[in-house]
Design a protein around this ligand. Structure first.
Ligand code: ADP
Length: 209
C-alpha cells in the first residue's frame, strides 16, 4: 500500500510519541480530529497502527512486507477458487476435449452417477489418449483419468499457501475443492495455478488492505 505523506507523518508521530490519542495527533498536525479519522482508520486496518480504548494509538512495528506476508498467510482457498467444470465418467475422450475447449479450462473433474468425484483429467491426459488411431468417441474418460484415491483434493477453508504447496509438491495444475458427503466428495470449486497468480498480483497491488 502506498502511504500518503500525511499518513507517513502520522506513523512518525505515533512511533515517537505513542501511545497517543487521535486528538493529540491532530493537534500536532494542526488538523481536526475529523479530518484525520480516515487516515487513522486506514493505518489501523492496514496494521501499521493499533488502537486501544482510553490509551490511544501505538505503532505496531510491522513493516510493509511483514504486513503483506501476514495477509498472504490468511488467504483461504475460498477467497480465490473458481467454478469447477465436471464431466461424467462415461463421457468419451472426444467430448471431454470439446468440454475443455468450450469451458476454457485446463483440468476437468470426473464424477459418477451420484455426482461424486472419481477422477481428474488434464490436458496432457487427453493429448496422450489422442495419440494413435483409436476412435476418441469410443473411449470413456474413466479409462484414462487419474482416479481416486490418487486425486489430491482441498477444502474451501484450507489456507491458500497450503493448497499452493500441494500443487508444487504433486506437480499438478489444479485441485478440486471438495465437500465431504457420506458417499464421497462433492466438487464445489477449482483451485488452479491461475488463482494463485491472481492472489499474488492482488497482494502486490494491495487491493485488500
Ligand atoms: P498437464 O498434464 O496438462 O501438464 P497437470 O500437471 O495438472 O496437467 O497434470 C499432470 C498429471 O497429474 C495428469 O496425469 C493429471 O491427471 C494428474 N492430475 C492433475 N490434477 C490432479 C490432482 N488434483 N490430483 C491428482 N492428480 C492430478
Amino acid at each position: 500500500m502506498d502511504l500518503t505523506q500525511r499518513q507517513e507523518h502520522i506513523i512518525e508521530i505515533v512511533k515517537e510519541n505513542g501511545p497517543i490519542t487521535g486528538e493529540n495527533i491532530a493537534e500536532r498536525l494542526s488538523l481536526t480530529r475529523a479530518t484525520l479519522r480516515p487516515d487513522l482508520a486506514i493505518l489501523t486496518m492496514a496494521g501499521y497502527l493499533d488502537a486501544r480504548p482510553r490509551v490511544g494509538y501505538f505503532y505496531t512495528g510491522k513493516t510493509g512486507s511483514e504486513l503483506l506476508t501476514e495477509k498472504l498467510k490468511k488467504f483461504k482457498v475460498q477467497d480465490f477458487q473458481s467454478i469447477p467444470v465436471v464431466v461424467h465418467e462415461n463421457v468419451s475422450v472426444y467430448d471431454a476435449i470439446c468440454t475443455m475447449f468450450l469451458e476454457d479450462v485446463g483440468t476437468l473433474f470426473v464424477v459418477n452417477d451420484h455426482a461424486k468425484l472419481v477422477g481428474v483429467l488434464s490436458r496432457k491426459d487427453l493429448l496422450r489418449a489422442s495419440i494413435g488411431n483409436q476412435d476418441l468417441r469410443e473411449i470413456p474418460v474413466h479409462i484414462i483419468m487419474t482416479r481416486m484415491p490418487n486425486v489430491t483434493i482441498c477444502y474451501k477453508e484450507d489456507l491458500l499457501l497450503e493448497a499452493g504447496q500441494m500443487l508444487i509438491d504433486k506437480q499438478i495444475d489444479a485441485l478440486p475443492v471438495v465437500k465431504n458427503d457420506e458417499d464421497g466428495y462433492e466438487v464445489i470449486g477449482r483451485l488452479t495455478k491461475t488463482n494463485l497468480t491472481k492472489a499474488l498480483v492482488e497482494l502486490g497491488r494491495d487491493e485488500r488492505i
